[in-house]
Design a protein around this ligand. Structure first.
Ligand SMILES: Nc1ncnc2c1ncn2[C@@H]1O[C@H](COP(=O)(O)OP(=O)(O)OP(=O)(O)O)[C@@H](O)[C@H]1O
Length: 275
């Protein structure tokens, strides 16, 4: 780039010139935290089951005996506490903020654990939301966690970008459902991960099909799945195809996700264990 064109601010300039200097946006964890692996769970749009996949991944790793946490970075639509039936509030001390523990021993931090009423909306602008996510990493005591799953807000906006820049993400899982414009959404997530230098562990297709409980026939309610072709074209594995299961919705609504005994996430858990 020529001297005249240079703004001297590499953060606002897309040019890949020789003088480029990357700024380190990483945020230090709480001094009492020890987290071995941070796994982000992302989706192109809301409502595809990203929180369900985050919760089930945590439950699966916990069943395998791991120490697990969930950082709910979906500040304006936090649904993790509900799935685990958490009503207790997170408490702080002069040391920092303590996450709330679920009945099987998963530590959770979520905006809903700080609000007086879980129905209170969070009416904040992007930078304030991004700041809250950073604090969930820097001010919360994540004590001896082998795996911390981060439920990202949907899309590729300000907050996911902040999470990618601030937290040491070891890999992401992309969640889609068949009715989405899957190929475009997967590619957007892949490009973002590539730009942020974060490995993509694979794709989970949620609400993939419905199996009739009476005749075992399989129905593709949202259309035929194209996930295998998309995954192959992008050289990433399909980690799970999760059916529409009324039992999942029932368990989530009752706050009993830890009692759901589907085995859909075993392959994804193997991939994470091998990291
Ligand atoms: N495979 C499934 N079978 C039945 N119900 C499901 C399934 N997956 C998700 N659900 C239900 O769909 C709803 C949305 O799921 P979830 O909250 O995980 O989506 P999300 O992508 O995290 O949404 P948002 O981004 O808006 O927070 C929940 O009520 C959940 O219980």
């Amino acid at each position: 780039m020529s001297e005249e064109q240079c703004t001297h601010d590499c953060n606002t300039c897309g040019s890949d010139c020789g003088d480029r200097q990357e700024t380190d946006f990483s945020v230090a964890p709480h001094p009492m935290s020890q987290v071995k692996r941070v796994i982000g769970v992302v989706s192109g749009k809301g409502g595809v089951g990203k929180s369900l996949v985050t919760s089930e991944m945590a439950v699966t790793m916990r069943r395998r005996g791991a120490e697990v946490g969930i950082l709910d970075a979906d500040i304006t639509g936090p649904s993790i506490p509900k799935a685990f039936g958490l009503t207790e509030k997170a408490i702080g001390s002069e040391n920092g903020i303590y996450p709330v523990r679920t009945k099987t021993g998963i530590d959770v931090m979520s905006m809903n654990l700080l609000l007086e009423n879980e129905t209170d909306p969070v009416v904040w602008r992007g930078p304030v939301i991004a700041g809250a996510v950073k604090q969930f990493w820097s001010d919360v005591i994540w004590d001896h966690k082998e795996y911390l799953f981060v439920d990202m807000p949907p899309g590729t906006g300000d907050v996911p970008l902040t999470v990618f820049q601030s937290l040491p993400i070891d890999g992401i899982i992309i969640v889609t459902s068949p009715q989405e414009l899957v190929s475009m959404i997967v590619e957007k997530a892949l490009v973002m991960a590539q730009m942020m230098n974060v490995p993509v562990l694979g794709i989970v297709e949620n609400m993939s099909y419905f199996k009739c409980p009476n005749c075992d026939d399989i129905y593709h309610i949202f259309g035929d799945s194209k996930i295998d072709e998309i995954a192959a074209a992008n050289h990433i594995p399909v980690l799970a195809k999760v059916p529409i299961d009324p039992e999942i919705a029932k368990k989530v609504d009752a706050g009993n996700i830890e009692d759901y005994d589907g085995t859909w996430f075993d392959q994804a858990a193997d991939v994470i264990e091998a990291l």
